[in-house]
Design a protein around this ligand. Structure first.
Ligand code: ADP
Ligand code: MG
Length: 271
């Protein structure tokens, strides 16, 4: 993958917290900001990006493993010129329990395609399935979506714990979705961050909150991304702020890379 493709996984402990809607709409914001985006449906058990978009692709991730179809042919355009998605196959047990050999074969096919994008967003399935964990461990940025429900908090804590113990991954960004107001958003994040700090030894970073907004389910019913259906809604504005923040994070990462190259060059010159 080219050095400046930013890979982001969107994950959660519990299902139904808003991952797919968040991944889709963040992708839409980045695309509108003129950055080519690939959205990969990695919910290999219960794929539903196609339903959210109201499309029926003929090929999917499974086609890449079964045939020698070029990877570009499996990319399905969400918007012309720069916003594509990679459909998953629903209910294929082989994919859900993917071993490392199969995973490597899949990414060998996909990496040249991913080179064409500035952002690769992975919409993962909920929970601590080994495939979910290994996909999350592969990405540069991990976004954990939580809601104020206690079950969402405990499950996302468990997810981060397993990722840190099994994959030595300790950097996470938190999105609090569906809170009623800023106070509930902050208290949800604080509860989670405090538990991580005390028992896991790291503090996940707050990426932002997305308010509970009836325009989200309405956009789902219309099978249209919220950013397109209701760009002025409260939730859309929150998602836009998060996309801006991710862009800043991407820029600072690029800065770090050029800084380290500069240091190397400076060292070489002084030797
Ligand atoms: N900010 C929000 N406000 C209101 N409803 C939301 C919000 N975010 C998600 N939802 C609703 O929650 C449900 C689950 O969302 P989805 O993105 O499919 O979750 P996941 O991918 O985590 O299973 C959807 O019906 C969606 O309309
Ligand atoms: Mg989903």
């Amino acid at each position: 993958m080219k050095a400046n493709t930013l890979t982001i996984s969107v994950l959660s402990g519990k299902g139904g917290v808003g991952k797919t809607n968040i991944a889709l709409n963040l992708g839409y914001c980045m695309y509108r900001g003129d950055f080519p985006v690939m959205l990969m449906d990695c919910d290999l058990g219960l794929a539903n990006l196609d339903v959210l978009l109201g499309v029926t692709p003929n090929t999917n991730i499974q086609s890449l493993l079964d045939t020698d179809i070029p990877a570009e042919k499996v990319a399905f355009p969400i918007e012309p010129d720069g916003f594509d998605f990679l459909p998953a196959a629903s209910g294929v047990p082989e994919l859900v329990e993917m071993d490392s050999e199969l995973r490597n074969a899949l990414f060998q096919r996909l990496n040249p395609l991913f080179n064409n994008y500035e952002y690769l967003l992975m919409d993962l399935g909920a929970g601590i399935n080994p495939t979910v964990l290994s996909f999350a461990a592969m990405t540069r940025i991990r976004v954990v979506v939580v809601t104020p429900e206690p079950t969402s908090l405990t499950d996302s804590y468990a997810l981060m714990k397993v990722l840190s113990t099994q994959h030595n991954v300790k950097d996470f960004y938190i999105i609090v979705n569906q809170a009623e107001d800023k106070t509930e958003e902050t208290s949800t994040y604080n509860r989670l961050a405090t538990a991580c700090e005390r028992f896991l030894g790291f503090t996940p970073e707050f990426l932002g909150g997305i308010t509970q907004d009836k325009m989200v389910p309405e956009s789902v019913r219309k099978q249209t991304p919220l950013m397109k259906h209701a760009p002025n809604s409260k939730a859309a504005k929150d998602i836009f702020s998060i996309a801006v923040k991710l862009q800043k994070i991407k820029n600072s990462m690029l800065n770090d890379i050029s800084k380290s190259i500069f240091t190397e060059t400076a060292n070489n010159l002084s030797n």
